[in-house]
Design a protein. Structure first.
Length: 240
């Protein structure tokens, strides 16, 4: 037998051996094939309805039914997201209106006492929060139930040295100093600063431990903080 004939016989035998070997199909192979052949179901349209897949609630369904179910679930999820966004938008609109009305009331205040009365009422009645306190670096010549008499300079340094706000929980010793008792929920500390001069801070508490969260948006609080600091500084100067 010639070398050429022997070589041809070997190739034929190799091809037959390769054809006789069983290829183990895996999920990856099937997925890769379908991704590489997007027209597969167009060539075999009957498979879309004849193939059955297991469904947790309906037993077995066709591929078309499974696709419809997934689309319904996606639409339902989008509807829920839209509903949540509308609720958030409505809440933000209400907050904006509340803050706008509050700003007008604050501007009309004629004294530091009246200013604190207005702030306390807005905090506890309009916003349904628990309490509000004010600590001043240099106490003014006035008294009010919202004023913190204890020295909170350490709290100002620890919580607000580099930030304008602190959201979350505070230590029990800090609770005692600011609120004269335990605060089981969450608080926000708002640094009051006018023209680079730190006046002190406002402390507002909520019974809800999750109400004041570090992820909160501070746009409205930023405007509120600046206005209160400006008005407070004016009253303190006039009373000095």
């Amino acid at each position: 037998m010639s070398k050429k004939s022997h070589s041809s016989t070997s190739k034929v035998q190799q091809q037959e051996m390769m054809q006789s070997e069983e290829i183990t199909l895996t999920d990856d192979i099937v997925v890769s094939f379908l991704e590489d052949n997007p027209e597969f179901f167009n060539r075999h349209p009957e498979l879309a309805t004849s193939l059955r897949v297991s469904d947790q609630h309906r037993g077995t369904v066709s591929l078309v039914e499974r696709q419809q179910q997934q689309l319904r679930q996606k639409i339902h999820g989008l509807e829920e997201e839209i509903t949540q966004l509308m609720a958030i938008a409505n809440q933000n609109e209400q907050l904006f209106t509340l803050y706008s009305d509050l700003y007008l009331r604050l501007i009309d205040c004629q004294s530091a006492e009246e200013l604190l009365d207005c702030l306390f009422k807005a905090t506890t009645e309009l916003l349904s929060l628990t309490d509000m306190k004010l600590w001043l670096v240099a106490p003014g010549e006035f008294s009010h139930a919202c004023l913190v008499e204890k020295d909170c300079g350490g709290i100002l340094q620890n919580r607000l040295a580099k930030d304008q706000y602190y959201f979350g929980r505070i230590q029990q010793s800090e609770q005692e100093m600011i609120f004269s008792g335990q605060c089981l929920g969450s608080v926000v500390l708002i640094k009051l600063q006018h023209q680079q001069q730190v006046l002190g801070f406002l402390a507002i508490s909520s019974q809800d431990a999750e109400h004041f969260d570090p992820r909160m948006d501070t746009l409205l609080l930023s405007q509120f903080r600046k206005l209160v600091a400006k008005l407070l500084e004016r009253f303190l100067v006039n009373e000095a």
